[in-house]
Design a binder for this molecule. Structure first.
Ligand code: GLY
Length: 372
């Protein structure tokens, strides 16, 4: 019997398992494939609450909290494992090519300054002094000094190992096939012949969360949104910082490769890359840094982001089942928000303190479509 069964071994599930185990809960983590191999693997590891945000609001506030919590988490994890998580809060440069782009960037720069993070406006020339290989067509940019990136694969692995070291029971290749219920509560999670009895269930199954919830006739409206990525190499130090342009972003990794991403496609559960996607990403990379024309395509891959109808995460008790806690729907911000989600979920479950979860993220904000 577990206190908590966490469904889903992506970054959110691993963070929940780790924080719950750290708080003393007996945790079982069920992953239908291998941990960290779905959307978590397809991410570029950006930690960019300001750069990614459409504007002020609960998402931005939660994102800034998440970013501020990162250094302590990284210290904690690095002290427990010998993986290099490559935490690099060394800044992100957002650039634009033309006057309309500049207008929008200026507007964003205006409200972003109010959040107390160091950001600077750069003209085109200064952008190129900063990153000499940037295109001469770049008209202006904003440098956000405290945003950055992390090696998402290593972080997920570190969280998984830390959870297991604290006693979490990790079951990979364990697909949830059903639930047992009684007295208005879920009493156990089933995977084929196996049954995992528990008090509480955390639903952290990413893009598949809606499907898992449907096994319980619960409504968690998460939709897969494909993101394709490519890894470019064969050039020495093409860029030093993460560069974000109008059509996508470039993320330099410690191994010398540059990840270029990402498409945003509503194509159901199709997880393959496409020729059009790969070519579009190459073009985007070459527009930002023309020397990428000479780069080698090392590999391409894709993942399914967990999208929601209002682009906010879904965190909190699912109305149909009070002991089913959603921790999903992080859409484009899973790597940034995953660790903080784990921390607030653990506090809510083990101490009954929900104050860390923005009420706007509640699953109760959605009305289920009428059942026929
Ligand atoms: N966070 C970047 C993306 O989802 O493409």
């Amino acid at each position: 019997m577990s206190d908590v069964v966490v469904i889903g071994g992506g970054i959110v599930g691993c963070a929940c398992a780790y924080e719950l185990a750290k708080a003393g809960a007996k945790v079982t983590l069920l992953e239908y494939g291998k941990t960290g191999m779905q959307a978590t693997n397809a991410a570029a590891g950006m930690l960019a609450p300001l750069i990614e945000s459409p504007g002020p609001g609960p998402m931005l506030e939660f994102g800034l909290r998440a970013l501020r919590a990162y250094p302590a988490l990284i210290d904690e994890l690095q002290g427990q494992c010998d993986l290099d998580i490559e935490f690099r809060p060394h800044g992100i440069l957002k650039v634009v090519f033309d006057d309309p782009g500049m207008l929008d960037l200026r507007r964003r720069f205006g409200w972003q300054r109010e959040f107390g993070f160091p950001i600077d406006w750069l003209d085109g020339e200064t952008c190129r002094e900063f990153e000499p290989r940037l295109s001469p067509r770049i008209a202006a940019g904003v440098f956000s000094a405290e945003e950055g990136g992390v090696n998402n694969q290593m972080l997920a692995m570190a969280l998984e190992r830390a959870a297991v070291a604290r006693g979490a029971d990790l079951r990979i290749h364990t697909r949830v096939t059903g639930f047992a219920t009684g007295g208005g509560r879920i009493t156990s999670v089933r995977s084929g012949e196996e049954s995992f009895a528990c008090d509480t269930i955390v639903l952290a199954a990413g893009a598949r969360s809606g499907k898992v919830a449907a096994l319980l006739r619960a409504y968690v409206p998460v939709r897969p949104i494909r993101g394709q990525m490519i890894a470019l190499g064969g050039m020495s130090a093409p860029i030093r910082h993460i560069v974000w342009g109008p059509g996508g972003y470039l993320v330099p990794r410690a191994n010398g490769l540059v990840f270029a991403g990402a498409t945003v496609e509503d194509v159901g559960f199709r997880r393959r890359t496409t020729n059009a996607g790969i070519h579009g990403l190459r073009r985007m990379a070459e527009d930002l840094v023309p020397q990428f024309r000479a780069a080698t395509l090392h590999f391409d891959w894709a993942g399914l982001r967990p999208g929601t109808p209002d682009a906010l995460p879904i965190i909190g008790p699912v109305p149909e089942w009070p002991n089913l806690i959603a921790a999903t729907g992080h859409f484009r911000n899973g790597i940034l928000l995953g660790p903080l989600t784990g921390a607030v979920i653990a506090r809510a479950i083990t101490a009954g303190d929900w104050s860390g979860v923005p009420p706007e993220f509640s699953p109760a904000r959605f009305t289920p479509p009428k059942r026929r």
